[in-house]
Ligand binder design. Structure first.
Ligand SMILES: Cc1cc2nc3c(=O)[nH]c(=O)nc-3n(C[C@H](O)[C@H](O)[C@H](O)COP(=O)(O)O)c2cc1C
Length: 389
């Protein structure tokens, strides 16, 4: 029997690791990534099969969909799948919804159909209110051809990943980084609904990269020491292959014999959220090595922070992640320093200064970018689970 110490060491050395193998009897956690939408005659269903592959915070997959009539679809946030402690304004969840919307929109174009997209068609939450039951987008499929053409980045949807491996020291060329950054900020000009334009930035300068690594690390460490944040994350950790296959969401942690470990109390919340536990000390060393391997960073800023702007930032991030995939580059967001909860306030302010964001501006996404071993796909629930009942 593995000792408690041994088990925790294993746990700690593989945070968020993934593996392509599932036990043969379990549902396939990665099925959604294989030939999405094949056999779907309805362009909306084809689009949804792709949209569910969007990047999203903690892989909660916070989306719900309603198909109306023959040609209309309404997209909603699944309010039960938000992260209220670390994302008290629903800003990041809305960014994830934007990524979902972008993949949906580009997939419809790929079917040869045009569509009309309205953002927050029944109005957006205002005055800093969180998301509510109203749709964040409405898409009306129209006969072809697609008015804005077909986005060639579509072909990278199934290869896109969040890559948490160690990165090589090789720095991507300025040309490549510019291509990725422009994929975010030049794709929708002018932005719809009178929203303000966003800006994407890339940094490779050694002293600035070192400063960002340091800040990102301090924010990560702060989060590990913030109980509310840790408890929230714990709800979304999936230990072992069977648990991942059962939930098909959340963040995977590759542990051996999780059933036995659970029975022994070794995967208990108390251990996992304790910053001083052996598990977390080793995990921290692992994450520190990862951030210190970052050769470059990319970030997106917006001049305001309305729900519509957040949605557009998510669309832009999805496009940036796809462009990185097309360029053979790995990407990995580090969002802790961008989060708006009290315990993070000083580092949040420091980040804005370091990244040159003005007083009214918001840093919507911050990610390392570079070269790394390929990452395995993250789990996805079935498209059928996203339909509103
Ligand atoms: C708004 C937003 C914030 C994110 N922040 C982080 C983060 O801080 N750390 C991290 O490892 N991944 C982060 N991610 C990546 C998600 O965890 C990832 O998209 C999700 O687990 C699904 O995996 P996939 O992108 O490989 O499909 C973020 C994604 C989004 C859209």
């Amino acid at each position: 029997m593995p000792s408690r110490r041994h088990v925790l060491a294993l746990l700690a050395s593989t945070p968020f690791a993934t593996s392509a193998c599932s036990p043969s009897s379990a549902p396939d956690y990665a099925a959604a990534w294989r030939s999405p939408g094949s056999g779907e005659a309805d362009p909306r269903r084809f689009a949804l099969a792709h949209a569910i592959l969007a990047p999203n915070p903690h892989n909660t997959q916070p989306w719900q969909v309603e198909l109306r009539g023959e040609d209309e679809m309404l997209l909603y946030c699944d309010l039960e799948r938000r992260l209220p402690f670390t994302d008290p304004l629903d800003r990041q969840i809305t960014v994830g919804c934007g990524a979902f919307l972008y993949l949906c929109w580009m997939a419809i174009a790929h079917t040869g159909n045009g569509c009309e997209m309205s953002i927050f068609p029944d109005g957006a939450p205002d005055g800093g209110a969180r998301l509510d039951n109203r749709p964040f987008a409405r898409i009306l499929v129209k006969g072809g051809p697609p008015t804005d053409g077909v986005d060639s980045l579509f072909e990278h949807v199934i290869a896109r990943r969040t890559n948490r491996n160690d990165y090589e020291s090789r720095i991507p060329t300025e040309e490549l980084l510019n291509t990725v950054a422009r994929a975010a900020d030049a794709w929708m000009e002018p932005p719809p609904n009178g929203a303000a334009s966003l800006a994407a930035h890339a940094e490779t300068g050694p002293s600035q990269v070192a400063a960002i690594r340091d800040l990102v690390w301090r924010a990560f460490d702060r989060e590990m020491r913030t109980r509310g944040a840790q408890v929230e994350t714990y709800q979304w950790l999936r230990f072992g292959k069977a648990e991942r296959a059962r939930h098909r969401d959340g963040l995977y942690i590759d542990v051996p014999v999780p059933g036995v470990l659970r029975a022994l109390g070794m995967l208990d919340e108390a251990d996992i959220v304790d910053p001083e536990s052996n598990a977390n000390k080793r995990a921290a060393a692992d994450w520190k090595r990862k951030v210190d391997s970052a050769p470059a960073f990319l970030w997106i800023t917006t001049p305001d922070d309305t729900p519509t702007t957040r949605l557009l930032a998510g669309m832009a991030y999805a496009r940036m992640n796809l462009a990185a995939t097309a360029a053979g580059l790995a990407m990995h967001p580090w969002s802790q320093a961008l989060q708006e909860y009290e315990e993070m306030a000083d580092l949040y302010a420091e980040t804005k200064t370091l990244l040159g964001a003005g007083a009214g501006e918001t840093v919507q996404m911050l990610a390392r970018i570079g070269y790394a071993e390929p990452a395995e796909p993250a789990a996805r629930r079935d498209m059928a689970d996203m339909f509103r009942t």
